[in-house]
Design a binder for this molecule. Structure first.
Ligand SMILES: [Zn+2]
Length: 148
């Protein structure tokens, strides 16, 4: 189990390195939790769970390696938002998006602007689901929370 986690962390570090090469990312979570790849969370791109030793985050590799790197930066911040956000909405997905938007708006506004453009122009009315909202709704919430 430990071996498998180590391998997964290594693979994720490679992915993070690729992301860092694509674009400078300043954002870091308040503290890191274990992050690894797991196809079984499909259709979700990311999933935060509470384990016996605390929270951990899984990413869907099939989506991670296809998505633009800035969307993965946002996805990662969103998953950390499930750990650190405290409101203000009833919907935990909106809280996670809002938390991620505030964080990235502060540290990486140029990345957040790319995320907003992607949601408006690529996802549009089709992206997301009932709990996350479509691309337009997500972009609006992110703007509201970040002031971008
Ligand atoms: Zn979420």
């Amino acid at each position: 189990m430990v071996k498998r986690l180590f391998l997964a962390v290594f693979v994720l570090m490679l992915a993070a390195f690729q992301t860092a090469q694509a674009q400078q990312v300043n954002w870091e979570p308040p503290y890191r939790v274990p992050e690894y790849f797991d196809r079984s969370i499909a259709p979700y791109g990311g999933f935060t769970s509470m384990g016996p030793n605390g929270p951990y985050i899984r990413f869907n590799p099939d989506m991670w390696f296809r998505a633009p790197s800035y969307m993965n930066v946002f996805l990662r911040a969103h998953e950390y938002g499930h750990i650190f956000s405290r409101g203000p909405f009833a919907n935990p997905e909106a809280n996670a998006d809002c938390w991620a938007a505030r964080e990235l708006g502060r540290t990486d506004p140029q990345i957040l602007d790319q995320v907003i453009a992607y949601m408006l122009n690529v996802m549009g009315p089709n992206g997301g689901d009932a709990t996350h909202g479509n691309g337009f709704q997500m972009a609006q919430l992110i703007r509201q929370c970040s002031g971008r």
